[in-house]
Design a protein around this ligand. Structure first.
Ligand code: 13P
Length: 251
């Protein structure tokens, strides 16, 4: 079955020393967790130090974004080979904040997803509707365009090693979590889209995370839903104790 995957997206937070303190505190708290994949996504500047800090532990490294080209005249960008070199196994792609503030589109997401998979890393592809979309009955249309746009042209093998993160924008950083039923409804819809794109068998292997105000108090109810396979955690991942409690959602 699908191994639960809990990732902490630190966003624009933590200097190198803060990042090292946070991961040093986190390591012993989650050291005994075996049947869950644990990921942290520090800002680019802290990737190398966090990579050394978590070496030999059960915590894995993700970047929060990447560029689709391997090298060249692209000032300010970071490539997949660079992320691989620093120890990243995952890359978050198409986060709503990147779509909203930095012009990320389904097309650029798709190019980045292909670049990441091409180098053997795993993309965490973010999708999610705004409050107006939900209120006007557009949730499924928005999710469908994010999912089908993001995974366009992927082989079954590539798709199976990808992760989808459903993050309703109205739930991000607002303290307003989707109810477990609301999350399950969209996750089941996403799995249906994945099945339509390839097959039910491929779709059944893909992990779908929920993100948006995940906290120790609501993590187990969300994770108990049949199509919720993990969490993408923002605010609550900035504190070792609360992130560890989410990682231990089933204890
Ligand atoms: P919060 O957990 O702070 O709501 O953020 C969710 C998120 O955007 C994770 O990528």
């Amino acid at each position: 079955m699908r191994t639960p995957i809990i990732a902490g997206n630190w966003k624009l937070n933590n200097t190198i020393s803060e990042a090292v303190s946070l991961t040093t505190a986190l390591k012993p708290l989650v050291a005994g967790c075996r049947d869950v994949e644990i990921i942290v996504a520090p800002p680019f500047t802290a990737l190398a130090s966090v990579s050394s800090t978590i070496a030999g532990s059960n915590i894995r490294l993700a970047a929060q974004d990447v560029y689709s080209e391997d090298s060249g005249a692209f000032t300010g960008e970071v490539s997949v080979p660079m992320l691989k070199d620093v120890g990243c196994g995952y890359v978050i792609i198409g986060h709503s904040e990147r779509r909203q503030y930095f012009g990320e589109t389904n097309e650029s997401v798709n190019q980045k997803v292909k670049a990441v998979l091409g180098h053997g890393l795993k993309p965490i592809i973010c999708v999610g509707e705004q409050l107006e979309d939900r209120e006007s009955g557009q949730t499924e249309a928005v999710i469908e365009s994010h999912v089908t746009g993001g995974i366009a042209g992927l082989s079954a093998t590539d798709l199976a090693s990808s992760v989808i993160a459903y993050e309703p924008i109205w739930a991000i950083g607002t303290g307003k979590t989707a109810t477990p039923e609301q999350a399950q409804e969209v996750h089941a819809f996403i799995r249906g889209l994945l099945a339509a794109a390839h097959s039910a068998e491929v779709a059944s292997q893909i992990r779908i995370q929920y993100g948006g105000s995940v906290k120790p108090e609501n993590a187990s109810a969300l994770m108990a839903q049949p199509d919720v396979d993990g969490a993408l955690v923002g605010g609550a991942s900035l504190e070792a104790e609360s992130f560890a409690q989410i990682v231990k959602f089933d204890q």
